[in-house]
Design a protein around this ligand. Structure first.
Ligand code: PDD
Length: 275
C-alpha cells in the first residue's frame, strides 16, 4: 500500500523514519482516524479540529488545513473511493537527539494513509466486554500515539475472547480502549463527561446530538460500577466501531452485566445509518 510521508507518496515498505524520530522514541506524536463511507468523509472538519486541538495541547507546531486534500488523495490512491475506508494520520514532533525536553524548532513528521474498513453490519454485532482498570494517563483528551496502557488492556481482553474493554477509573466507567461508552438507565442515556479522562469522540458527539434531537434524555455523567445493576443497555461508539450493542460485561471472575433491552441502542443505530 502507498503512504504519504513528509510530502511524498511512497510504497509502505519504502517509507522510513529516523531512529531519532520522537514518535518512535517517546511516542511523542498525535494521531487521528477519520472514516470515509463510500469515499465520502464523515465529520472531516471535526476530526481535523480535534487533531489541531491535540497538536496545540502538546505544542507540536503544525497547521492541519493542508491535510484535507491529502486525505482525499490517500483514499483515491488506495482505490477506496467506492468502498468504506478510514484515513490514519500521525504527526510526531520530529527528529532530534534524544532529550526529555522539546527540541528547538523540530520539523514534524507526517504520516498519512488510507486503509479499508468494514463499516457494514455493525447493527448485528453483539460485543462482550472486559472490565479493566483505566491505567492511562490524566490527559486522555489528547489522542497521543503513546498507547501502552490502552493496548495492554485491549490485548488482555482479546486474548480472553472479549471484543473490547470497559475502563474504570476510581470506580467510574470512563470509556473503552478505543471507543466511547454509553449506558441506558431508566430510559436515560449516560456517558462520561468530556474532560481529561476521556477522548472527546466525534461519534460520541453525534450520538448525543441524535438523542437530543429525538427527545431521548442524555446525561453526561459518569456511571459507577455499582450502578450496573440498574443499567438496561450498554453500547459503544467510535469511528470504526460505529454503534455497537454490548451483550455482556465481565470481570475476570464473573459476569457483571447482561443486556436486558436494546430499544434505545437499536433506535440510535438506525438513526446513525441515516447520517
Ligand atoms: N479510536 N475513545 C478512545 C480512547 C478512542 O481511541 C476512540 C477512537 C474513541 C472514539 O472516537 P471517535 O468517535 O472520534 O472515533 C473513543 C480510534 C478509532 C483508534 O484508536 O483507532
Amino acid at each position: 500500500a502507498e503512504v504519504y510521508l513528509n510530502g511524498k507518496w511512497l510504497k509502505h515498505d519504502q517509507a522510513f523514519v529516523s531512529v531519532f524520530d520522537r514518535g518512535f522514541m517517546f511516542g511523542d506524536g498525535i494521531y487521528e482516524v477519520t472514516p470515509f463511507y463510500n469515499g465520502i468523509p464523515f465529520k472531516l472538519k471535526e476530526h481535523l479540529e480535534r487533531l489541531q486541538y491535540c497538536l496545540n495541547e502538546v505544542q507540536i507546531e503544525f497547521d492541519v488545513t493542508s491535510l484535507e486534500k491529502i486525505m482525499l488523495e490517500a483514499v483515491s490512491r488506495a482505490g477506496l473511493s467506492k468502498s468504506d475506508a478510514a484515513v490514519y494520520i500521525q504527526i510526531s514532533r520530529g527528529t532530534a537527539p534524544r532529550t526529555h525536553f522539546f527540541p528547538e524548532n523540530p520539523t514534524p513528521v507526517i504520516l498519512l494513509y488510507s486503509f479499508p474498513v468494514n463499516l457494514e453490519k455493525f447493527e448485528t454485532k453483539r460485543w462482550k466486554l472486559l472490565v479493566s482498570e483505566d491505567k492511562r494517563w490524566h490527559r486522555c483528551d489528547i489522542k497521543t500515539t503513546a498507547l501502552m496502557a490502552s493496548i495492554m488492556a485491549n490485548d488482555e481482553a482479546i486474548s480472553l475472547d472479549f471484543e473490547e474493554n470497559l475502563l474504570v477509573r476510581k470506580g467510574y466507567f470512563t470509556e473503552a480502549s478505543h471507543s466511547s461508552a454509553f449506558f441506558v438507565k431508566y430510559k436515560t442515556v449516560y456517558t462520561h463527561p468530556e474532560g481529561p479522562n476521556i477522548l472527546s469522540g466525534i461519534t460520541r458527539k453525534q450520538i448525543i446530538l441524535l438523542c437530543k434531537n429525538s427527545g431521548i434524555k442524555v446525561k453526561e455523567k459518569a456511571v459507577h460500577l455499582d450502578e450496573l445493576v440498574e443499567v438496561d443497555e450498554i453500547f459503544l461508539t467510535g469511528t470504526t466501531t460505529q454503534v455497537v450493542r454490548v451483550e455482556s460485561v465481565h470481570s475476570r471472575e464473573k459476569e457483571l452485566f447482561r443486556a436486558r433491552k436494546s430499544d434505545i441502542t437499536t433506535f440510535l443505530q438506525n438513526e446513525f445509518i441515516k447520517l
